[in-house]
Design a protein around this ligand. Structure first.
Ligand SMILES: C[S@@+](CC[C@H](N)C(=O)[O-])C[C@H]1O[C@@H](n2cnc3c(N)ncnc32)[C@H](O)[C@@H]1O
Length: 262
């Protein structure tokens, strides 16, 4: 990933994000729901890739005495968070290199962010470092079946990758086990969303900042002709009532920070 480009893309989407992020909204609700099954009393919690601060209210309702910090790569997202959700503790930083002391948090919550990393392993090491022993990392990310319809529509007409690659569930699980995060487990599900048109799907990706930011890719120009051809290919993914579906493979990860004595 080209990180400055990722930050710029989310920055440009800061104002449209909350209204456009239908998928991320649903995923975040499902991830937050996982907390209902756990007895936690975090003194401090980190919302990693917290964006516009959409999880803040829910998290603080659950844990009213906890200190909440939103850490995000995009300054514009954090500026928007300050305005929209009057979020107070905002830190602009990369999840792969966190500016926090070790053992700073009891809970690290991260929704729909880890797919933007270059090395999930670095972020997991950082999460393990900033978590207190027995602290919890709870996250969601996307698996390889995400946007498979869009990927194959573009692949049919264009030699350049237009959809970011995603790690599979097994790989995510292996990385958790390797990185001082014990008692971890991973689950996944596919959520299918219908759009009025392929263009609406592309629009929603742009409005949520989720554009292709592969640093090393050859930047083949997406001509209007190729785009139109990809849109025509997308006809294969029409529902009976004339809408167009897109799949999102959501991976949920849970991991507790172990310590040597445990
Ligand atoms: C899809 S949004 C998710 C926002 C929010 N967590 C939600 O559930 O709606 C992804 C967020 O991750 C941030 N992000 C991307 N790469 C990041 C990185 N390397 N470190 C920290 N944040 C990152 C983006 O700026 C963006 O705000």
């Amino acid at each position: 990933m080209n990180k400055p480009a990722v930050a710029a893309s989310f920055g440009a989407a800061a104002r449209s994000y909350d209204a456009a992020a239908v998928v991320q909204d649903e995923i975040r609700k499902r991830l937050l729901g996982r907390l209902d099954d756990l007895v936690l009393q975090p003194n401090s919690l980190l919302d990693l890739g917290g964006g516009t601060g959409v999880a803040r209210k829910d998290l603080l309702q659950r844990y009213p005495t906890s200190r909440y910090i939103n850490c995000d790569l995009s300054q514009e997202m954090l500026q928007y968070a300050r305005k929209a959700h009057s979020a107070d503790d905002l830190v602009c930083a990369d999840a792969e290199s966190l500016p926090f002391a070790k053992a700073s948090f009891d809970l690290v919550f991260s929704a729909s962010t880890f797919q933007w990393l270059n090395a999930l392993e670095c972020a997991l090491l950082e999460c393990a470092r900033v978590l207190r022993p027995q602290g919890l990392l709870l996250f969601s990310t996307f698996g390889p079946d995400t946007l498979k319809e869009l990927r194959s529509s573009f692949a049919a007409v264009d030699p350049y990758p237009r959809v970011n690659p995603f790690l599979d569930r097994q790989k995510v699980n292996d990385l958790l086990l390797k990185n001082r995060l014990s008692c971890s487990y991973v689950e996944s599900e596919v959520i299918r969303i219908n759009y009025a048109s392929p263009q609406q799907l592309l629009r929603s990706l742009k409005d949520t900042g989720a554009t292709n930011q592969l640093g090393g890719r050859s930047r083949g120009l997406l001509t209007p002709r190729r785009l139109q051809a990809a849109v025509s290919e997308y006809e294969a993914y029409k529902t009976e009532d004339g809408q167009y579906y897109a799949s999102y493979e959501v991976i949920y990860g849970f991991a507790w920070r172990g310590d040597a004595e445990q």
